[in-house]
Design a protein around this ligand. Structure first.
Ligand code: SF4
Ligand code: SF4
Length: 485
């Protein structure tokens, strides 16, 4: 099938490699991160070609930020200042354009290509430097590096200005760039000739069509359209929605950078425990087998001792808790792990177009999470969530999210949700069962949440309400939030 698109951006090819369905009709999904990147890029371009005094050139360039709210203006001003510190004036001869480095190949009689873009070029008589602007946490992808490696000419240098890391460095060339490029051309060939069903995963959080791909069905069966606004609320954002809308919206709608990335032993242990447990349990027909613990010990062979001991203990507690619940082992089947489950709600709200003009229209709000384990229990749907912390009131909301998602996607009439806790109190399984009567009230509850989200002004990060309380101690924005000091 010819998609009519002979050259693919590397960004799109990467998305295709994660999920074929991620390319297709979208919703109008405001992308604050991308909008800010464009604003900063425009300011840099204006500043570079302005020969006036630097103070004046900066001021004129910052006019690009004038339509944004004060918080986003501040973020863009800081990124712009970081660029000027990395690449100070005076500059060599500057060209501002989108410079494409591209590779192409004949695929089944059709010419196909991929390209990566650079925003600025510095030039002297013999040499050219090309600069890629990065304003977020992501690094340059392997496919971009490989294309650079395979196409660069003598006298050309390719650099990245990674603003949040204050890093201005030459792009490193991978050793296997030919192989990387070939693999991505194979991805394009597969996409065009044998387009696959949705393959959900963590990449769903970056996708602009979750309400349209079928993985997160609309509760009343409506078909979201391209002029609906789309917004995605992840499970952790959903939990914060009940305490402070600002916290949730800054993450879900406006992509405000977190103050700090927190890391802890407990978080790392929890993550590792999930990974090993999922490897042990997915598609395992002998979950309670005598040799299973030995199998886990072997798996843990290369793991650091401080983690291995804890993981083993927790896994034994998990199996014990499961064994106590499950009377007939044939009743339990675990088929999938880390599986995207959720649903979408279409409601009335505020929609913005590309000129930042607002109108009242439909908003498709998708609630999603990655369920730890999915399967069947006693002939009904089953979702298992593994918890290494204490029980929480949020667990009910999480169970409702997955139960309704499983009902709609997997066509289950009833769904069990097991929360299995392995914490300092040992192992414990909490079972919930959802059927028709519960689903109606769950839908009502989530319609109310969707209504709240749909009324956030997508152009104004300071419009959602804030609510200072004990939860602020866990918030990602304790420094950025002006009301919490
Ligand atoms: S939301 Fe996930 S499953 Fe759906 S198209 Fe996007 S990446 Fe694929
Ligand atoms: S610090 Fe408190 S009030 Fe401010 S965004 Fe975070 S949770 Fe809300």
């Amino acid at each position: 099938m010819n998609q009519g698109n002979k050259f693919y951006k590397t960004y799109d090819v990467k998305k295709i490699s994660e999920c074929h369905q991620s390319i297709g009709p979208k919703t109008l999904t405001p992308n604050s991160r991308l909008d800010r990147w464009s604003g900063v890029h425009n300011a840099i371009s204006d500043w570079m070609i302005n020969d006036a005094d630097d103070e004046v050139a900066v001021k004129v360039a910052e006019e690009n930020f004038q339509y944004y709210d004060p918080l986003q203006r501040k973020i863009m001003s800081e990124l712009f200042a970081r660029f000027r510190a990395l690449v100070p004036k005076p500059l060599p001869q500057v060209n501002i354009d989108f410079f494409r480095q591209e590779v192409s190949k004949d695929i089944d009689g059709e010419q196909r290509g991929m390209y990566t873009s650079f925003q600025y070029q510095f030039q002297d008589e013999d040499n050219s430097e090309y600069i890629k602007l990065k304003a977020g946490v992501s690094d340059v992808e392997d496919i971009d590096k490989a294309i650079v490696a395979e196409t660069k000419l003598e006298g050309e240098t390719f650099l990245t200005a990674q603003l949040i890391n204050d890093d201005f460095d030459e792009i490193k060339e991978p050793e296997n760039s030919k192989e990387i490029i070939e693999n991505y051309f194979e991805t394009i060939r597969e996409f065009e000739t044998n387009r696959k069903q949705a393959t959900p995963g963590l990449h769903c959080y970056m996708c602009s069509r979750p309400s349209r791909c079928g993985q997160y069905p609309v509760v009343d069966g409506q078909e979201p359209k391209s002029n609906f606004r789309g917004i995605l609320i992840s499970k952790s954002n959903l939990m914060n929605l009940g305490t402070c809308e600002r916290w949730t919206s800054w993450r879900a709608q406006y992509a405000i950078p977190k103050d700090i990335e927190k890391e802890s032993f407990e978080a790392e242990l929890g993550q590792k425990f999930h990974t090993y447990s999922q490897r042990m349990l997915e598609k395992n027909e002998d979950i309670f087998g005598k040799k299973e613990i030995e199998r886990l010990k072997e798996m843990l062979g290369n793991e650091e001792e401080k983690f291995a001991i804890q993981i083993l203990k927790k896994y034994e507690e998990l199996i014990q808790a499961l064994d106590t619940e499950v009377e007939n082992k044939n009743d339990l089947e675990i088929k999938l792990s880390e599986y995207g489950l959720g649903f979408s709600v279409v409601t009335d709200g505020i929609v913005s177009n590309s000129k930042m003009e607002l109108r009242d229209d439909k908003v498709a709000v998708t609630f999603m999470g990655q369920a730890d384990l999915v399967g069947r229990y006693k002939g009904k749907g089953l979702v298992i969530e593994l918890k290494t912390g204490q029980e929480s009131n949020d667990d009910l909301t999480e169970a409702e999210l997955y139960a309704l998602g499983a009902k709609l996607l997997l066509k289950e009439d009833e769904v069990y949700v097991f929360h299995i806790y392995t914490n300092k109190d040992g192992g414990k399984l909490k079972k919930r069962k959802f059927g028709e009567s519960e689903f109606d009230s769950i839908i009502k509850k989530f319609e109310d949440k969707a209504q709240t989200v749909a009324n956030w002004n997508p152009n104004d990060s300071l419009s959602p309400s804030f609510n200072v309380g004990d939860w602020c101690a866990n918030c990602d924005y304790q420094t950025t939030c002006p009301e919490y000091r």
